[in-house]
Design a protein around this ligand. Structure first.
Ligand SMILES: [Zn+2]
Length: 289
C-alpha cells in the first residue's frame, strides 16, 4: 500500500461539478455517537425517507444528477427509497452499513460492514455499487489498509479523503486532486471533496456543515475556482441538513453549532446552488474519463 502517489490516469480529473448525498438519518451522525446507541435507532422517528425525497425533488426541479452514498441500514429498512433514487436516474453508492468511523473498528469488522452494505444496496436499487464514502470522511492516513479492503470487496472508487485538518476527521496530507490509491489488491480511484486553496488557506467548499456556516458566495466562488483549475468539484449534503424540524438532542455547544446552525435556510440555498452549476454524478465523471 503506497498511499497517495499522485499518479493520475488521463481524464481522471475532468472538471465537472459532482453532487453527492450521504443518505443517513438525523440520529446517525458521528457527533451523536455518545448520545444515541445503535440499538436505539429502530425506536427513533425516522425522517430519512421524506428528507431524501425532498432532495430528489430538488434534483428533478433543477436537472441535477447525483451520487447517493447510502447507509446499508437505511437501504434495508427503506428499499423503496433506493428504488426511487435509481429510477430517477441517480447513482447509488455505499456509505457503509452501520456508520462506523474506520479508525474505531478492526479490519475484519470493516470488511463485514462494507460487504453487507454493498449487498443490501445492490439488492434494493438493482444497481451495481462501485463507490464508497467513509462515515465522517474517516479513510485517514492511519487506516489506509481500508482502501485495499474496499478493492477486495468490489469497490472501484472512493470519496472519503478530505484534504483538510480538523479534529475528528480529515486527511491533511492527501492530494486535493483526483488520484489513484495503489493497494496490494489493485487501484482505488480517489475523489476528494472540494477544497479551494486561496491566500495560503485550504478552504473546504465541499458542502455539509461548511455549506451551512459559510456565506453562499464563498462556496459558489470556491467551487467555480476548483472547476476553473480543471478539477472535479465534489459537493456533499445530508438529508437531515434540509430538515429544520428534526428532533434536537442535548449535545454540547460545538456540536450544536456544527449540526443545527443554518438548517432553516439550507433547502433554499441548496436549490440556488443546484441551479448555478450543472451537477452530475460520479458515474458521469468516470464515464467521461
Ligand atoms: Zn455519514
Amino acid at each position: 500500500m503506497n498511499g497517495d502517489t499522485g499518479q493520475r490516469p488521463p481524464g481522471l480529473g475532468r472538471a465537472l461539478p459532482v453532487f453527492t448525498v450521504d443518505v443517513e438519518d438525523w440520529f446517525q451522525v458521528s457527533a451523536f455517537d455518545s448520545h444515541v446507541a445503535r440499538d436505539q435507532w429502530d425506536a427513533l422517528p425516522s425522517r430519512v425517507e421524506r428528507n431524501t425525497d425532498r432532495l430528489l425533488q430538488l434534483c428533478a426541479d433543477t436537472g441535477a444528477r447525483g451520487t447517493f452514498f447510502t447507509l446499508g441500514w437505511v437501504a434495508e429498512r427503506f428499499p423503496a427509497l433506493l428504488r426511487r433514487i435509481a429510477e430517477q436516474g441517480h447513482e447509488v453508492a455505499s456509505h457503509g452499513y452501520w456508520h462506523q468511523r474506520i479508525p474505531t473498528i478492526s479490519e475484519s469488522a470493516f470488511r463485514e460492514d462494507v460487504r453487507r452494505a454493498k449487498a443490501v444496496l445492490e439488492d434494493a436499487s438493482g444497481q451495481r455499487v462501485t463507490g464508497y464514502r467513509a462515515p465522517s470522511f474517516s479513510l485517514t492516513d492511519d487506516v489506509l489498509w481500508a482502501a485495499r479492503v474496499l478493492v477486495e470487496e468490489g469497490h472501484e472508487y472512493d470519496s472519503s479523503r478530505f484534504p483538510i485538518s480538523r479534529s475528528g476527521y480529515g486527511s491533511a496530507n492527501a492530494s486535493r486532486d483526483p488520484h489513484v490509491l495503489h493497494t496490494a489488491s489493485g487501484p482505488l480511484l480517489e475523489y476528494p471533496p472540494a477544497v479551494w486553496p486561496v491566500a495560503g488557506l485550504q478552504v473546504p467548499v465541499a458542502g455539509g456543515g461548511w455549506f451551512r456556516q459559510f456565506p453562499s458566495w464563498l462556496i459558489t466562488t470556491g467551487l467555480a475556482e476548483v472547476l476553473k483549475g480543471g478539477q472535479p468539484a465534489v459537493f456533499y449534503i445530508h438529508p437531515w441538513e434540509i430538515d429544520p424540524d428534526q428532533p434536537r438532542l442535548p449535545v454540547g455547544m460545538v456540536t450544536r453549532i456544527r449540526h443545527y446552525r443554518g438548517l432553516a435556510a439550507c433547502d433554499r440555498r441548496l436549490e440556488v446552488l443546484l441551479r448555478r452549476f450543472q451537477f452530475r454524478a460520479f458515474d458521469d465523471l468516470r464515464a467521461s474519463a
